[in-house]
Design a binder for this molecule. Structure first.
Ligand SMILES: [Mn+2]
Length: 328
């Protein structure tokens, strides 16, 4: 397509070890596991120059932080830790905006999916026209009125679609640019809350659930997804990859497992196909919880005497696919 959404092959890694968007301990350990598994070296082996590896300040956002022990509902709304997560996402948004302004690829490592409010909210400040491919088992479109749990990791798309503007949440006032329905596609979905579905239908989001993948195959689904996102010509794309989209057989270390997900090749095909567009400018990889599934003997692998967590491994591989790694 010949666009210049990136300036050369420069990449920034942002670590966002945030766990308070959900309620399972350990998801804040994702970024360090990915980095200690050799992410930077393998990204560089694909010809990328890693300009910066930064980390947002999350001292009070980890599971075992003081905030983690606060009562769940501080705001009077059915939403947990809006203050803490709003400020963390604002920090992340600053870094993401800067990286996008510099036309570097922005790779954000979570953490739970609440961090996408920061990574995408920040990218939208630099690139208001950004298209988003949201790969997930869940809809992530809940609001305080529809959420069964009040966990923000089930609400990031409601924030990014502008549906939270009606709630008094000053810590998210920095969110300025919002997605429109032609800027967003969801892929791999198989679990939507009843009232969340109503919100999604009335907003008009394009959903490619597992049923569409069964019926048409992932290749055709990606063609349709690109048709929607590129209907008015080329635009930069951001891939928000929740590892729970992948079937738990392949990616067991995650907090909200749902059976019937993407198989190994389907998971990769999405990332490979987006890399092929030449339009991909950013990616989130979220919800890897190395503490879950890790001790299951059936999942245990050893390499050079060291434990390899298969979910961390597949996450790393998905990043490489999105950055252009090819079979042939
Ligand atoms: Mn998600």
């Amino acid at each position: 397509m010949g666009q210049n959404f990136l300036k050369g092959k420069h990449l920034n890694v942002i670590q966002a070890p945030v766990a308070l968007g959900q309620n399972v301990e350990g998801v804040d350990e994702g970024p360090e596991m990915l980095l200690s598994s050799g992410l930077v070296k393998q990204v560089e082996a694909l010809g990328w120059k890693v300009d910066e590896v930064s980390e947002i300040d999350t001292h009070d956002l980890r599971w075992n932080s003081p905030a983690g022990h606060l009562p769940a509902h501080q705001s009077g709304l059915n939403i947990k830790f809006p203050e803490e997560l709003g400020h963390a996402c604002e920090d992340l948004a600053c870094l993401a905006q800067k990286s996008n302004t510099n036309k570097a690829f922005t790779l954000t490592l979570g953490g739970d999916h609440s961090i996408a409010i920061g990574s995408i909210g920040g990218a939208l400040l630099a690139r208001p026209d950004l298209g988003v491919i949201w790969v997930d088992a869940h809809g992530d479109f809940n609001t305080p009125e529809t959420s069964p749990s009040g966990n923000i990791h089930g609400m990031p798309l409601a924030f990014l679609a502008g549906l939270m503007k009606k709630y008094p949440l000053p810590s998210f006032a920095w969110l300025k640019n919002f997605l429109t329905p032609s800027q967003l596609v969801l892929i791999g979905i198989r679990s939507i809350d009843v009232e969340e579905r109503t919100i999604m239908k009335s907003w008009g989001v394009h959903v490619f659930s597992m049923t569409e993948i069964d019926r048409h195959g992932i290749g055709e689904v990606m063609e349709q997804a690109k048709k929607i996102l590129f209907q008015n010509g080329p635009r930069p794309l951001h891939l928000s990859y929740d590892i729970d989209a992948v079937d738990p057989h392949f990616a067991p270390s995650t907090g909200t497992k749902v059976r019937g997900g993407l198989n190994y090749r389907e998971a990769h095909y999405i990332a490979e196909d987006l890399a092929n567009t030449g339009a991909l400018v950013g990616m989130d990889l979220v919800e890897i919880n190395p503490r879950l599934g890790y001790l299951d003997p059936a999942q245990r692998q050893l390499r050079q005497g060291q434990d390899v967590n298969p979910t961390v491994e597949i996450g790393l591989e998905l990043v490489l696919s999105a950055l252009g790694k090819r079979i042939y």
